[in-house]
Design a protein around this ligand. Structure first.
Ligand code: GUN
Length: 289
């Protein structure tokens, strides 16, 4: 039976560190500031953006929420980013992904000042992660996954880790973090084209699931005693639920529970960690001044 990895609890620890660091900055007359840009009306994105802004308020981080219409032009989004790049009260800028289809997200990301890129998506920060240069920003979700592994005492050194998913937001940075010096895992990156995915996943002492398919990882994908980090947050229809849907991960939690050694729940696993690491990155941006 699996130990449940409590993301809410570990996130509280990270946020307590954040509070101390914010106090320290305020002694020096600096209030960290985060700008969150949402283009369009995607309901899940609205929830994420609002929870980021709420967390800033709880901690005493200044925040600015910019909402642009779903048919905003590329130039409007670029102008917003450029304005925020120049704003001394803003240390971190985040443009919620994915934007509507008329927006070239790559160009938006490249326009964010790398020193304010608290998502860690700018090519300069991607390069720093690959180079293991600690001055860069590490994307929040994979950084949160690493912190969960550490806090749970999961041994990564020499372990076989399988990352399922190759996105720039999670899969690729997660693989780099796991293989970096100090973490020292042997990493396999699997994805939608991987042959015999179940067999590949069964090699993993650690599985990080970031495929975006509800309850995709079943118990036949899992080695006995493996640690499972479930990055998925999927809405699936559920007429019995108050809102008409329920949240589930990319892992079939009930199916794998007996076989896994440790597992993150959804909700209450990786989700709270992502926000906590965003707060950390915003503070790091303010400290770098
Ligand atoms: N959409 C899903 N996760 C993220 C994230 O970490 N940052 C941004 N900007 N958008 C996201």
């Amino acid at each position: 039976m699996a130990t449940i990895i409590d993301g809410k609890k570990v996130a509280e620890e990270v946020l307590a560190e954040c509070s101390r660091e914010i106090e320290e900055l305020k002694v020096h007359g600096i209030t960290p500031g985060l700008a969150v840009v949402l283009v369009g009306e995607d309901p899940a994105s609205q929830v994420y953006v609002n929870s980021k802004v709420r967390k800033c308020a709880e901690l005493g981080i200044h925040s600015e929420k910019v909402v642009l219409s779903k048919d905003a032009s590329q130039d409007e989004v670029l102008a917003t980013v450029k304005r925020l790049n120049e704003d001394a009260a803003i240390h971190g800028i985040l443009v919620q992904s994915p934007p509507p289809s008329q927006i070239d997200e790559e160009e938006i990301i490249r326009t964010i000042d790398p020193a304010k890129d608290v998502d860690g998506f700018h090519p300069e920060n991607v390069a720093k992660l690959a180079l293991e240069d600690p001055s860069g920003f590490v994307p929040c979700t994979p950084a949160g996954c690493m912190r969960l592994l550490e806090a749970s005492g999961v041994k990564t050194s020499g372990a076989d880790a399988v990352v399922v998913g190759r996105s720039m937001i999670v899969g690729k940075p997660m693989a780099l973090l796991l293989m970096a010096r100090g973490s020292d895992a042997t990493v396999t990156v699997a994805h939608s084209r991987t042959e015999d995915l179940a067999e590949v996943c069964r090699r993993g002492d650690i599985i990080v699931a970031a495929v975006g398919i509800p309850e995709f990882i079943k118990k036949d994908f899992v080695k006995q005693g493996a640690t499972i980090i479930d990055v998925g947050i999927n809405r699936v229809e559920d007429p019995a639920a108050k809102r008409g849907y329920r949240l589930c991960g990319d892992v079939d939690y009930k199916d794998v529970f007996e076989k896994a050694g440790a597992i993150t729940p959804v909700p209450g696993g990786v989700g709270p960690m992502t926000i906590a690491m965003l707060m950390k990155n915003t503070i790091k941006a303010a400290q770098a001044l």
